[in-house]
Design a protein around this ligand. Structure first.
Ligand code: MG
Ligand code: MG
Ligand code: MG
Length: 306
């Protein structure tokens, strides 16, 4: 019976590249491992899979009684619904420690770096396994995506060194140009149904008993949202009611201006004032310098929601 490698719900490029890269490593060192995904892929992820010649990992949502490696998260709410019945063989992650626990010993690689693939590169080095060219390209793109081409405050020296090493293996000279190409694909939002945009990179969090959903859209120029902002606001209000959530936030992140306009629907009208020191007006607020949900949005929100 193979082990599965699976990332979080609403998979992003890091979750998918991690599943593929870790499965290859595990298989090479004699374990049978298969990459899997919990949902549909974003245009960015489809673009990088195609660029390096990979198929989509299998869609698999149930893991009861099966061995799994969890990548790119350690929160139950983000994992498979029947995670309590799965045998967790390992966790490889770069987020805050979540609430997944196990009844048997497990392999754990958790580091405060910008991307899970940076940790997987360390695992390849640990096992002295050579990274195939196409997997190196995939891993490199995942790191450029998660670190917003090194602009995110989550980016570390390890991530930069890792991208440089992977670019060399993949034979890519101008990795920043590849990163921009990827963010251009990500910025093509016109014509996409509003709900699809809201949920494109969306995570629910349990913040002191309150369910808070936070979506993020990273684009090269925020002006692209001018005509759809009202629709996006209406939709996050709907999503909040449907999911019995305390709040829903949608970060519209401008990767060139390096900040985010946050659309807010919340039971608490002082939510952004209490968390970020900036009051929202008409359900939105600009947060200068905010690029990272994980590092700059989740912690202050969690602290303010007591
Ligand atoms: Mg992720
Ligand atoms: Mg990640
Ligand atoms: Mg991200």
């Amino acid at each position: 019976m193979p082990a599965y490698v699976v990332g979080h719900k609403i998979p992003d490029s890091d979750s998918i590249a991690s599943a593929i890269a870790l499965s290859y490593l595990k298989t090479t060192i004699g374990e049978d491992a298969v990459p899997a995904r919990l949902g549909e892929l974003s245009p960015e992820t489809k673009f990088i899979l195609e660029k390096f010649g990979f198929e989509q990992p299998m869609l698999k949502t149930s893991y009861a009684g099966e061995g799994i490696y969890i990548v790119d998260h350690s929160d139950k709410i983000l994992g498979p619904d029947d995670i309590d019945e799965a045998i967790i063989l390992g966790i490889i992650d770069h987020h805050k420690l979540g609430d997944i626990t196990t009844s048997t010993p497990l392999e754990c690689w958790i580091r405060p770096v910008g991307c899970t693939n940076t940790i997987i590169k360390m695992m390849y080095d640990f096992h002295s396994v050579a990274i195939p060219k196409n997997i190196a390209g995939l891993m490199m793109c995942a790191i450029l995506s998660d670190t917003v081409i090194f602009k995110s405050p989550t980016c570390t020296t390890a991530d930069i060194k890792c991208v440089e090493a992977l670019a060399e293996i993949a034979g890519i000279e101008d990795f920043k140009a590849v990163g921009m190409e990827m963010f251009e694909v990500k910025s093509a939002v016109v014509g996409t149904p509003v709900r699809e945009l809201v949920l494109r990179d969306f995570k629910d969090f349990n913040m002191n008993g309150k369910k808070v959903g936070i979506g993020q859209l990273e684009v090269i120029d925020l002006a692209i949202f001018d005509d759809m902002k009202a629709d996006l606001q209406a939709d996050i209000a709907k999503l909040k009611a449907e999911g019995d959530r305390h709040s829903v936030l949608l970060l519209l992140t401008d990767i060139m201006k390096e900040g985010s306009e946050v659309l807010v629907a919340s039971d608490d009208e002082n939510l952004t004032l209490n968390a970020f020191g900036s009051a929202s007006s008409d359900g939105k607020v600009w947060l200068d310098g905010v690029l990272s949900r994980k590092k700059q949005v989740v912690p202050p929100l969690q602290e303010s929601l007591i």
